[in-house]
Design a protein around this ligand. Structure first.
Ligand code: 9MR
Length: 584
């Protein structure tokens, strides 16, 4: 299929609409960052087009390097959008190009290159640095987004909902550091849990890759990988959220109400730790158990941290055994307690998945059979994609990661788990061919919910895990389709990672980005993505499931950023960088 013709030949071949062919159009949706040379490469032409062919040309449109046929028109199941597929996978020459479709126009410029996602992947990790709460972000690391420190959180009040004998309401504790959760300025243990687990798992799955990855953060020169340095910044905050008297863990460190759209550090509203809960205790136990395992080899650089984590984990686990069903009930305690707390809920009602995850991490770290028994007792019969209220899969990933070194009594779980993982991955793979965008994301309208982009990224992680355990390249290929989705091959045509792509999220619901007076948003943050629920009541131009995205500050239901959405992006983008040589 590959052939070379000149622009003169392209133009000569055109009949109607020649002029549009010279103009950039967002009707051609593709990963705006680019493609690995050996990987599949797909662009999607939306709307109807009389053209039968498409061309890959140089960015000045003068040289055509590849000609392909557009696929049959498809009707998307997730909106009224119609599409035609431009597959140029066999074109492997490295460089910068556009896709040109007669009478439609040409796409944004993209690259074909090795390490093509490296910069975006590092930016995603650096996004966490920009969320750091209690330290100034210096210009040498933060560039033009440098800012002074946010909330010091060295004076935090125990809210009546969290009062205990040793720490009555109004007791002052110190809970500095950590990352802001999202566009708001609060810190939530449950959401930190899945975020940290996802990124510690990225490290455990690709340690050599991350050992060599530099993100230009203040700790870059120490002898700990930057990914782990970033995680330790939040881990140290998490440890302050445990009540040393009983091992219970406060649900969040928060304002009573959301701050205005101002810079961090500007507001001085009092901060509170609120009600302890089973979800917080178990997510904390899982993270600290995994941290203890991962950080053990950095005992010299981080003295005592691994040991402290393990002790904290066991104490939190024991608290959860005694308190197995303490839901976080903000609306309930607000009826009788002051101040009323109206920030994010992250209230979960079912804790079997948290028990499963924490048990798995504690088991792998300690090899104590009690935890294995708990893992088996709590785990569900089927496996499912993770999300903040559903963390069981993180435990399964960990069990499979250490399958080879499990004691013999525990090996019984390995084959069935692998089988279930593969079945779920196959279900997702099957969705891609039916999808008008040929991505795994979008198999069902239900996938377009609050934070849908994290679903796309988590599907990618699932496929990467399926690949790691089967070595079947189809899983890797389909994981790429979802990275493509996030970076532009979707019905909105947006690259959802701030700072990456020609048409990327510009107005995230993110207080620093809104208040810093800089046109470009803080880079490396993943927007929530299409969500027809429109819980923010903002004005949306489009409202079908896969198009219901508004790049406006107002839209916290589609355009906020959040650590639990950035984390799976970080995993997926770095995993593909690490595995790029294995792409077919
Ligand atoms: O990501 C959360 C989403 O699943 C929930 O539906 C939504 C409403 O409860 O809350 C989201 O989490 C928000 C949190 O409560 C506060 N910080 C911002 C989070 C992202 O919007």
């Amino acid at each position: 299929m590959r052939r070379c013709i000149t622009s003169v030949m392209v133009i000569a071949a055109l009949t109607a609409g020649e002029v549009q062919a010279q103009q950039v159009t967002d009707r051609i949706k593709l990963n705006q960052v680019g493609f690995y040379p050996a990987a599949s490469k797909v662009a999607i032409v939306t709307g109807s087009t009389p053209a039968g062919s498409f061309y890959i040309t140089t960015t000045n449109l003068t040289d055509t390097l590849f000609t392909g046929k557009l696929g049959q028109e498809m009707q998307s199941k997730n909106s009224s959008t119609t599409t035609r597929i431009a597959d140029f996978s066999s074109f492997q020459k490295q460089g910068s190009y556009v896709v040109l479709v007669p009478s439609v126009g040409h796409s944004y410029v993209f690259q074909i290159a090795n390490n093509v996602h490296r910069s975006a992947a590092i930016a995603g990790l650096k996004g966490f640095y920009y969320q750091r709460v209690s330290m100034p972000l210096e210009e040498q690391y933060a560039a033009k987004w440098h800012r002074s420190a946010g909330h010091p959180d060295d004076v935090v009040y125990v809210h009546p909902s969290a009062a205990s004998k040793e720490r009555p309401a109004g007791t002052i504790i110190s809970s500095p550091g950590g990352w802001y959760d999202a566009g708001d300025y609060n810190k939530y243990i449950v959401n930190s849990g899945i975020t940290m687990g996802t990124m510690f798992s990225a490290y455990e799955d690709f340690p050599k890759y991350f050992d060599n990855l530099v993100a230009n953060i203040p700790e870059s020169k120490n002898a700990v990988p930057d990914l782990l340095d970033e995680l330790v910044y939040n881990l140290r905050w998490m440890l302050t959220m445990q009540d040393p008297n009983d091992g219970g863990v406060y649900h969040k460190c928060t304002n009573a109400a959301f701050d205005g759209m101002v810079m961090p550090g500007v507001t001085k509203a009092p901060r509170y730790v609120v009600q302890k809960g089973t979800g917080a205790a178990l997510d904390f136990a899982a993270v600290t158990a995994q941290a203890a395992r991962v950080l053990r080899k950095y005992n010299k650089q981080l003295p005592g941290l691994a040991d402290s984590c393990l002790q904290a984990s066991i104490k939190a686990w024991q608290w959860a055994l005694k308190n197995p069903n303490v839901q976080y009930e903000q609306n309930e305690f607000n009826k009788t307690m002051k101040p009323e707390i109206t920030t994010g809920g992250y209230g979960d009602r079912r804790f079997t998945d948290e028990f499963t995850w924490a048990a798995a991490e504690l088991f792998i770290t300690t090899k104590n059979k009690t935890y294995f028994d708990a893992y088996v007792k709590h785990k569900a019969d089927s496996v499912s994609l993770p999300g903040w209220p559903n963390v069981e899969m993180l435990g399964h990933y960990t069990m499979l990661r250490f399958a080879a070194s499990l004691p013999s009594y525990a090996k019984v779980v390995v084959q069935p788990l692998k089988q279930q993982l593969k079945q779920l991955a196959d279900k997702y793979v099957a969705n891609a061919s039916e999808n008008a965008f040929q991505t795994v994301m979008g198999g069902s309208r239900r996938e377009f919910n609050w934070g849908s982009n994290s679903g796309a990224a988590n599907q990618g992680i699932l496929l990467i895990n399926a690949y790691l355990h089967t070595k079947d390249p189809k899983y890797l290929k389909h994981a790429v389709s979802n990275l493509d989705y996030l970076l532009g091959r979707n019905a909105t045509g947006f690259s959802f990672l701030t700072g990456y792509g020609s048409k990327s999220t510009m107005n995230p619901h993110h207080r620093p980005s809104a208040a810093d007076g800089i046109i470009e948003p803080v880079p490396g943050l993943l927007a929530g993505g299409p969500n027809p629920g429109k819980q923010d009541d903002c004005k949306y131009e489009f409202s079908e499931p896969e198009t219901a995205y508004a790049d406006i500050e107002c839209s916290y239901a589609t355009n906020e950023i959040a650590i639990n959405w950035n984390a799976p992006f970080v995993y997926l983008a770095h995993a593909l960088e690490a595995l790029q040589k294995e792409l077919r």
